[in-house]
Design a protein around this ligand. Structure first.
Ligand code: SF4
Length: 308
């Protein structure tokens, strides 16, 4: 398996199989993998541990393991001459301090776009922050570590409840005419980099509906937007293959989005999973993938189906 490649997925108009634009590895994940592979090449003999999984993709992680790049487990005994890699999702500051205590080299592969969100949080430390995203996702956990007061909302219901509380609080502030740092205009809303753009749209709408003048900064990364808008190219497909690890949140989000559009969708991890599917009954097949799926895997799947 080739982990990184320069080939870009293309839209193949008029063909039976279409790969949606923006599918597969994003620049953040690709750059992290390239850096780690280069590290393994330049530092032979050194043990390299990634703090967690570098990507949410079993095949990629298996390939890395074969090249001697392991995952930092709770019981890993780390020595001063080992190297620890921080993955593209980033980590909270206290985790970084913990890793630094090992006294070994730390290679930070945090995506610059995730670092930007952490920077916005740091620069607005005194403000209460609403973060739209999955509270159990490593990126969100990492971002929360930079904040003093942060509220994660995973869906519109949670956001609606929080806005109601904020509104009540503000009402009592204005009634008593007491200035407070928690006035509505002090609140700041940010997004996990891979958030569903429709969720942000609905969140804006909700704030406007309630007349809440909360500052909202769109921190969804361009790779995510491109991947989500790329689904439009698959609207006329009879079935869609969503390719990615079972533990990849953004792959799951794509799958959910397609199902919500009432299209037939199959979530597969790699071309081996094609064996269990009968795709001959579909005239036009679309392929999309999360940020943790190598582009070569998509091309291999396309070729395999096209040959049938
Ligand atoms: S999804 Fe976006 S923010 Fe996350 S690693 Fe990829 S490019 Fe960076």
């Amino acid at each position: 398996m080739k982990i990184v490649s320069s080939s870009k997925p293309s839209e193949q108009d008029g063909q039976r199989v279409i790969i949606a634009p923006g599918s597969g590895f994003c620049s953040g994940v690709e750059s992290a993998i390239e850096k780690v592979l280069l590290l393994a090449e330049n530092e032979p003999g050194k043990r390299i541990f990634v703090d967690g999984e570098l990507v949410h993709n079993r095949d990629v992680n298996e390939c890395l393991r074969k090249r001697g790049i392991g995952s930092l487990e709770q019981d890993s005994s780390v020595h001063e001459d080992d190297i620890i890699v921080i993955r593209s999702h980033g980590i909270p500051p206290d985790r970084r301090s913990f890793l630094e205590n090992f006294g070994c080299q730390i290679k930070d592969c945090t995506c610059p776009l995730v670092r930007r969100i952490a920077g916005i949080i740091e620069a607005n430390r005194r403000r209460p922050i609403i973060l739209l995203g999955d509270r159990n996702h490593v990126e969100v956990k990492g971002l929360c570590g930079h904040a003093e007061e942060i509220f994660v909302c995973e869906n519109l219901d949670e956001l609606s409840q929080l806005l109601e509380t904020i509104q009540k609080e503000n009402h009592s502030i204005s009634k008593n005419n007491i200035a407070s740092p928690r006035e509505i205009k002090h609140w700041l809303m940010l997004c996990q980099s891979t958030l569903d753009v429709d969720f942000l749209k609905a969140a804006r709408h909700l704030c406007a509906e309630r007349n809440l003048n909360i500052e909202i900064i769109d921190t969804i990364c361009s790779a995510t937007k491109q991947r989500q808008s790329g689904l439009k190219a698959l609207e006329n497909c009879d079935a869609i293959l969503v390719v990615g690890g079972r533990n990849s949140a953004n792959t799951g989000r794509l799958f959910k989005k397609i199902k919500e559009r009432n299209q037939i969708a199959f979530w597969i991890e790699n071309e081996g999973d094609l064996e269990s599917l009968d795709l001959d009954i579909y005239k036009k097949i679309g392929i999309t993938a999360g940020a943790s799926t190598p582009r070569d895997v998509l091309e291999n799947i396309r070729r395999k189906i096209s040959k049938k």
